[in-house]
Design a protein around this ligand. Structure first.
Ligand code: GDP
Ligand code: GDP
Length: 438
């Protein structure tokens, strides 16, 4: 499990700036997709081999009375509750405020690992100016500048140390690659537990014993048509004996962690609601995580033709960035359309682990260039020379050549389409990286 870091502090201290710094590596990948909501408050960060989840919270007033501030306070409390470590951001230039005191008191009582970060400290002399923040009673105060990227590395290292989580194994995926780890993701009430119970009730599914799983663990190993699956912990569900039931509380962090620990994610959408903001957020996170994905619209039995059209349109406008995934219109309750979902899950898993030989990739690349040469920008015309596979799950194709920084996004997508077609990459993201030789 990745450690979870929550950024907390009053408005304007630089939390979103810090959030963008900590999550920047992944942001670049998804920045380009239309329909992907930008106002995300959850992001992935990476430092060396360490990965973590960052939560940005709104401005926090622990005693906020009503309205939007109360709602923000509630969300902040939830974020803090789910975090392994809290990064309390204060403004080194503005100095200590009454609001900082309130937040400090709140955090002190919680007894969670907590770091005080004095932001906007660029060009400031260490020491004197920060000493007032010791009054918060939360220990050491660390100067950083989110805007200038100063102190980020030690901030991350301190936060990871404070989270008390163990070093990641070198290869956590190494367990058993033939078992598909499946996460069923979706908002409350989309029908996750109904679907899972329907599935587990089918006699074609044979539960098998896997060392280390207890009866009450949410992780359930089973087999279907000779393929082994493991249902990984799904947010918002609890196992009660043989069946799953929904619990009220929805946790974004748990959803993210379930996605992270899966090899394939089944994203459920509710046909009665169409694609909501929260669906788009979850989808954006799946894309970012690089997981293989299958999309299913549930409760198809419950909606009329008109609503069906609306749903289809919302899929196009809001989930356009998941076009590579196969789409299924199902009813978990009436057991309609479920067989093909299994096939799609197996197919997505296979695609995510596809092996692409260098000669084939290079031939495809050169054929693509012959079909359509990349545009010249200024004095440069990119020269694409050869390609090899740089990784699996998700597959990465590394293209080598010259002036490749001038290859447009549109052209990359054109290449992606050709590669996808050749290797039948349905259900997996595909990353294309350009490596220019000097
Ligand atoms: P939030 O409300 O806590 O999320 O704060 P923002 O990230 O929106 O930042 C508030 C303001 O502080 C913006 O104008 C930022 O440009 C500025 N800011 C953020 N980080 C720094 C920093 O390290 N140094 C300085 N001088 N300004 C910063
Ligand atoms: P969860 O919170 O995602 O686990 O959702 P549940 O499985 O608890 O389902 C929420 C509600 O939707 C329940 O009342 C289900 O009976 C209903 N539901 C689930 N699947 C379907 C379906 O395929 N069609 C219809 N009409 N209702 C469904």
């Amino acid at each position: 499990m990745k450690p979870v870091i929550a950024l907390v502090g009053r408005p304007n201290v630089g939390k979103s700036t810090l959030f963008n710094r900590l999550t920047k590596t992944r942001d670049a990948i998804v920045a380009d997709f239309a329909g992907l909501t930008r106002d995300r408050h959850y992001g992935n960060g990476k430092h060396g081999k360490h990965e973590f989840i960052v939560i940005d919270t709104g401005g926090f007033e622990p005693d906020a009375g009503s309205g939007i501030f109360k709602e923000m306070a509630k969300q902040t409390r939830q974020a803090v509750a789910e975090a392994d470590v809290v990064v309390f951001v204060v403004d080194a230039r503005a100095g200590l405020s009454a609001q900082d005191h309130d937040i400090g008191n709140y955090l002190r009582k919680l007894g969670k690992p907590c770091l005080v970060i004095a932001n906007k400290a660029e060009g400031m002399k260490a020491g004197a100016q920060l000493s007032e923040f010791f009054e918060l009673g939360l220990g050491e105060v660390y100067p950083v500048s989110a805007a200038h990227g100063q102190g980020m590395r030690s901030l991350i290292e301190l936060a990871l140390d404070a989270s008390h989580l163990e070093e990641p194994e070198d290869d956590p995926e190494a367990a058993d690659p033939s078992i598909i780890k499946l996460a069923v993701a979706g908002r409350p009430n989309v029908g996750k537990s109904t679907l899972i119970n329907t599935w587990l009730g089918e006699e074609r599914l044979v539960a098998f014993d896997m060392p280390g799983t207890t009866r009450d663990a949410i992780s359930v190993p089973f087999e279907r048509n000779g393929q082994k699956f493991e249902l990984v912990d799904t947010a918002g569900l609890r196992r009660k004996g043989k069946v799953f039931e929904a619990i009220e509380k929805f946790s974004v962090v748990k959803t993210l962690q379930a996605i992270e620990s899966a090899s394939v994610v089944l994203l459920l959408i509710d046909a009665e609601q169409g694609v909501t903001d929260q669906d788009a957020h979850i989808a954006g996170y799946i894309l970012e995580s690089g997981r293989a994905v299958v999309v299913a619209v549930n409760k198809w039995d419950a909606v009329d033709e008109y609503q069906r059209e609306l749903v289809k349109r919302s899929l196009e406008t809001r989930l356009g960035f998941l076009k590579f995934a196969s789409l299924h219109l199902i009813s978990a309750k009436k057991r309609q359309g479920l067989g093909p979902v299994w096939d799609a899950i197996a197919q997505a898993h296979k695609a995510a682990n596809c092996k692409m030989p260098t000669p084939v990739l290079t031939r495809l690349l050169l054929e693509a260039v012959q079909f359509q040469t990349p545009k010249k920008t200024g004095a440069y015309r990119p020269k694409l020379r050869y390609a090899h596979q740089g990784g699996m799950n998700p597959p990465i194709i590394v293209v080598h050549g010259n002036s490749l920084e001038h290859v447009t996004e549109a052209y990359k997508r054109f290449l992606e389409g050709r590669f996808r077609k050749e290797f039948n990459l349905v259900g997996t993201p595909l990353r294309i990286e350009m490596k220019s030789s000097a």
